[in-house]
Design a protein around this ligand. Structure first.
Ligand code: SF4
Ligand code: MG
Length: 320
């Protein structure tokens, strides 16, 4: 297997100061939100790499930088050895763009409700002047819908069917990598399983690679080859599903896993990890997890632990 995606020292800082307030009070300090800090990982071809963490951990920001929807503040993303931010050859840029697609949590929000399904699916291909003859119908069948559905509108479908349409649209440009941002979290549990099975089948049939973004550890455990755990924008642990679930080394991973399977009758998460997620504009010193960590020491408050290799995992904790 070769490396398809290489994420290197990726950081994203947002300026979140209020411009109108700055005009009134000139010396108001600027506020910066570090969404992602120094994130490093590789995704192997035809593998599933999952990023997990609570909301605000920087998962979606990384996904958007990988597809090129956001520019990194520092660091870079290489797809097949090409860094799109610094590449100047237009043909290589065009090809790399079609090699990466993204699917989102809310399929309905990502499609134009006034367009017919055929036009929604073919949009990326039309944009690149590709051949569209019979393509929408073929893709619909590939994702388990009917060719006749091409003439319908999005509102005529269920949530699961709409996500299938989004998957068909993502497949239209024959991508190598699909970034999946919480693709099943808006769906009922039974429908979730069907969509995940479809994604798994497509991965084998088409040799796809997935960067899978999720807060749902039960889903991630079953589909991933490798998992990266994010906390306040930093990778705190990385390993295979078995390593992470059977022997988590980072106290945050341990907390996430011990609180994972508790879902009430309404599908709501109960007993979330203890403690508040700190304000990302003013993150804690040292190890950002120290205010919630049950085994934190004085060193944890002052020194940030580096991500280091430990067996086949990587972990950022002084005590691991
Ligand atoms: Fe806990 Fe310290 Fe490890 Fe951070 S470095 S996870 S505070 S033990
Ligand atoms: Mg998100």
């Amino acid at each position: 297997m070769s490396t398809l995606v290489s994420v290197k020292n990726l950081s994203k800082v947002f300026d979140v100061s209020k411009p109108w307030l700055n005009r009134v009070i000139e010396r108001l300090p600027k506020a910066h939100l570090t969404a992602t800090s120094d994130v490093d990982f590789d995704v192997e071809e035809n593998a599933v790499y999952s990023l997990v963490g609570e909301s605000g951990s920087g998962k979606s920001t990384i996904g958007k930088m990988v597809v090129g929807l956001l520019q990194p503040t520092e660091g870079n993303v290489e797809i097949n050895g090409v860094d799109l931010a610094s590449e100047t050859d237009i043909e290589i840029i065009k090809q790399s763009r079609t090699d990466i697609q993204m699917i989102f949590q809310d399929p309905y929000a990502s499609m134009n409700p006034r367009w017919r399904v055929r036009d929604i699916i073919l949009e990326p291909v039309v944009a690149s002047n590709g051949d569209t003859e019979g393509l929408a119908e073929k893709l619909l069948e590939q994702v388990g819908l009917a060719a006749e559905d091409a003439t319908k509108f999005p509102h005529e479908f269920s949530g699961g069917q709409r996500q299938r349409i989004c998957i068909a649209r993502a497949l239209a440009s024959a991508p190598k990598l699909i970034v999946c941002d919480e693709p099943t979290s808006a769906l009922d549990v039974s429908v979730q399983a069907q969509v995940l099975n479809l994604m798994d089948d497509l991965k084998s049939e088409l040799g796809l690679t997935y960067l899978f973004i999720s807060h749902d550890l039960t889903v991630v455990r079953h589909i991933s080859d490798r998992i990266g755990v994010l906390y306040l924008g930093r990778l705190v642990e990385e390993g295979t599903p078995d390593q992470l679930f059977d022997a988590p080394k980072h106290p945050y991973t341990q907390m996430l896993i011990s609180s994972a399977p508790k879902i009430d009758g309404f599908g709501r998460e109960v007993d979330p990890p203890q403690g508040e997620i700190p304000d990302p504009i003013d993150p804690p010193s040292g190890c950002a997890f120290h205010p919630r960590c049950p085994i934190a020491t004085a060193k944890c408050k002052s020194e940030r632990p580096a991500l280091r290799e430990l067996d086949d995992n990587r972990v950022a904790c002084h005590l691991a």
